[in-house]
Design a protein around this ligand. Structure first.
Ligand code: ATP
Length: 201
């Protein structure tokens, strides 16, 4: 397979944002995209699950067969990938490079295992890593509950996973270039923006 082109990502580095579920990543990214509608992009992921009604190949996802997915894994074509149930999901180098080629900064919202994979990838140009932290586990729990999108079991699972994410972030092994605590939303937004926009180098 031809080596994957990473030239655009070398010029326009991607940003990896991570942090426990419910910390406020979507809230902050939505604000950022609203304020700068032409500056950023989300890459399109690959999946082996079938398209749902209304989903289009190359828009929501690249829908691929398992063999094709595993070939891309073997060729180090994914910056990170994971399996949930029977389905595989991954972010390809090409999908990230496509965003950079349009002159946009690719924002990757990735959980802990994915962050580790991206940080250790053999050829993907190192992105800038931002960790969004909740002020405390109690506040995180309140936010997950007040969002009211999950059942009790799912909330408890998210909280357990949040503890893992926080332990990793505090372990000294994490690749984060910047940690922002999302206590006051306006202040957190300002810090995230400063890191992403002003630190654009
Ligand atoms: N600084 C803040 N103060 C109070 N509430 C907040 C703050 N930031 C976000 N929230 C609220 O917390 C909840 C969780 O935020 P959000 O859905 O953005 O989290 P997330 O990190 O994107 O989670 P997931 O990874 O599950 O998508 C939302 O109801 C949001 O309105």
């Amino acid at each position: 397979m031809a080596p994957t082109d990473t030239s655009a990502i070398e010029r326009t580095r991607a940003i990896v944002i991570s942090g426990p579920s419910g910390t406020g990543k979507s809230t902050i990214l939505k604000r950022l995209f609203d304020e700068y509608p032409d500056k950023f992009g989300f890459s399109i992921s690959h999946t082996t699950r079938g398209p749902r009604a209304g989903e289009q190949d190359g828009r929501e996802y690249y829908f691929v067969k398992k063999e094709e997915f595993l070939d891309l894994v073997d060729n180090k074509g994914f910056i990170e990938h994971a399996q949930f149930g029977d389905n595989h999901y991954g972010t390809s180098i090409k999908a990230v490079n496509d965003i950079a080629q349009k002159g946009r900064i690719c924002i990757l919202d990735i959980e802990m295992e994915g962050v580790k994979q991206v940080a250790n990838h053999p050829t993907f140009p190192r992105p800038r890593f931002l960790f969004l932290s909740p002020p405390s586990m109690d506040v995180l729990e309140q936010r997950l509950r007040s969002r009211a999108t999950d059942k009790e079991e799912a909330i408890l699972k998210r909280l357990k996973q949040a503890k893992n994410e926080m332990d990793f972030a505090n372990s000294g092994e994490a690749p984060h270039d910047k940690v922002v605590v999302n206590d006051d939303l306006d202040q957190a937004y300002k810090e995230v923006k400063e890191f992403i926009v002003s630190g654009d180098a």
